[in-house]
Design a protein. Structure first.
Length: 478
């Protein structure tokens, strides 16, 4: 039975916890201070300010098991750091124990079976790089610095969604350390309830120390960027909406509004073609059709590797800026939604913020709703509303500091509500949006919560907020 933490004895408990950990795990992997500790608690979002008590730099599954058992014994909250890319800072918990998987980033590729076995801390960039060396690729999101396992557990939208489904749809099995410190292997035939929950239910059921994922023989794609002036947004987005309705599986298109080089917002269209490369590169093909929605100010389309695309996104969104995120799902881009998006772009409070729409269609939309925990399977656009700013750099004596950046994202989030589907993408939802959390899993909610109750009745793991559950409030907002 886990011991309850008495606040007045927190220093005593911390000392006892450290001693306990160092008796089971190599001492230099148990960090309470110093440069390695600072690196472990420094996340992608510079606005996160959470002080855990101890970090355990795990090197093996056994280290993870020991860390979980020690945290339970000493009544200390647990969090898991994979890539540390979550905007809400859920890799850390106040006064808690961080299971840092940065030393568990190995990727082993079985080219014949087209399967990769990835350790719990592997980054998307590392998985794709390893797969490319075998002439394959993995289904990831758009950024390479994101942890592969965390992305997958929450769903995983990305540029291959149309052809191969979500990252979660490509999960074949996992090794999981449970809340009692025991180890469990799960796949479609073994502990199938847990396997079902891991595909979209978030990191709420244990620490995934390794995962097996399906790979695909498309290391090279036709992809790139097309930019249009904001004045052309109504026409461009209206025509694009029609194209997306009949989009082939091989073409997945991200679209958004970004601050341009001159400060004026631009319409951003980012296609990825994963089919026949000659067809994708043809001037009369479906990719180049997206360059004729208006008069583009930039067209940069060509054959490229998936790893190059991930690196380009990482360069756009470097580690350390202050940030906040909100999300909505919309069925399609309509005129009313275009008006809201354009008004939001014209009100950008920072040159680093962004409005991005990720297309969900094709193979992902053909998976039965009850086949995985992921809660929405009809075609839609997932809107990612990102407020990013440099600390103090763009704040003057005439404004009210960082609050204006938060107001911008909240106001845009509220303005999209009348046009949005229920729920949202759980990887981007936090305690500020309980109404969306409550409706994110639809008819899968009851089964998901039953599995949570069976696997982790004390809610040791709080990777993402679950419906009808207060665990999301354990995360600190930005």
């Amino acid at each position: 039975m886990a011991r309850r933490l008495d606040v007045d004895r927190s220093d005593e408990v911390s000392a006892a916890l450290l001693a306990d950990l160092r008796s089971m795990i190599t001492s230099d992997r148990v960090l309470a201070d110093g440069p390695d500790h600072v690196r472990s608690v420094t996340l992608f979002n510079g606005a996160v300010d959470i002080r855990p008590a101890v970090v355990v730099r795990c090197g093996t599954t056994g280290d993870v098991q020991a860390a979980v058992r020690a945290a339970r014994e000493h009544g200390v909250p647990v969090s898991v750091r994979g890539g540390g890319h979550d905007f809400w800072g859920r890799a850390l918990r106040p006064g808690g124990l961080v299971i840092d998987l940065a030393d568990m980033r190995g990727v082993r590729v079985d080219a014949d079976r087209r399967v990769a076995t990835v350790e719990g801390g592997a980054l998307s960039s590392g998985v794709v790089a390893a797969a490319e060396r075998a002439g394959l690729t993995a289904v990831t999101g758009t950024a390479g610095a994101v942890g592969m396992v965390g992305l997958t557990l929450g769903g995983g939208y990305g540029p291959l969604t149309g052809r191969f489904g979500l990252a979660a749809d490509n999960l074949l099995g996992a090794e999981v350390v449970l809340a009692d410190g025991s180890r469990m292997d799960t796949d479609a035939e073994h502990e199938s309830d847990l396997f079902w929950a891991l595909r979209g239910g978030g990191g709420n059921f244990g620490v995934v120390t390794s995962a097996r994922i399906r790979l695909h023989p498309v290391p090279t794609v036709v992809a790139g960027t097309i930019l249009y002036p904001i004045s052309q947004a109504p026409r461009v987005l209206a025509d694009l909406a029609e194209i997306l309705q009949g989009c082939p599986d091989e073409l997945t298109v991200d679209v958004g509004l970004l601050p341009g080089a001159d400060g004026a917002p631009v319409v951003y269209v980012a296609p990825t073609w994963s089919g026949n490369l000659d067809e994708g590169a043809a001037e009369n093909g479906p990719v180049y059709a997206l360059t004729r929605l208006g008069t583009p100010s930039l067209v940069d389309i060509g054959r490229t590797t998936r790893s190059a695309g991930l690196a380009a996104t990482d360069a756009m969104f470097p580690v350390g800026r202050m940030g906040a995120i909100r999300s909505r799902n919309i069925s399609r881009i309509s005129g009313s939604i275009t008006d809201v998006l354009v008004q939001g772009a014209q009100a950008f409070t920072s040159p680093f913020s962004a409005i991005l729409l990720h297309q969900f269609h094709g193979a992902a939309a053909r998976v039965p709703l009850d086949a995985t925990a992921f809660g929405r399977r009809e075609p839609h656009q997932m809107a990612e509303l990102i407020s990013l700013w440099e600390k103090d750099a763009d704040i003057t004596v005439d404004d009210d500091g960082e609050a204006r950046h938060l107001r911008w994202v909240e106001q845009l989030h509220a303005a999209l509500e009348p046009f949005s589907l229920p729920g949202g993408y759980v990887n981007f939802l936090g305690p500020e949006t309980p109404d969306q959390v409550a409706r994110s899993y639809g008819p899968n909610t009851e089964r998901l919560l039953a599995i949570k109750s069976a696997m982790d009745p004390d809610s040791v793991f709080v990777g993402t907020p679950l419906p009808n559950d207060a665990q999301g409030t354990a995360s600190t907002t930005v």
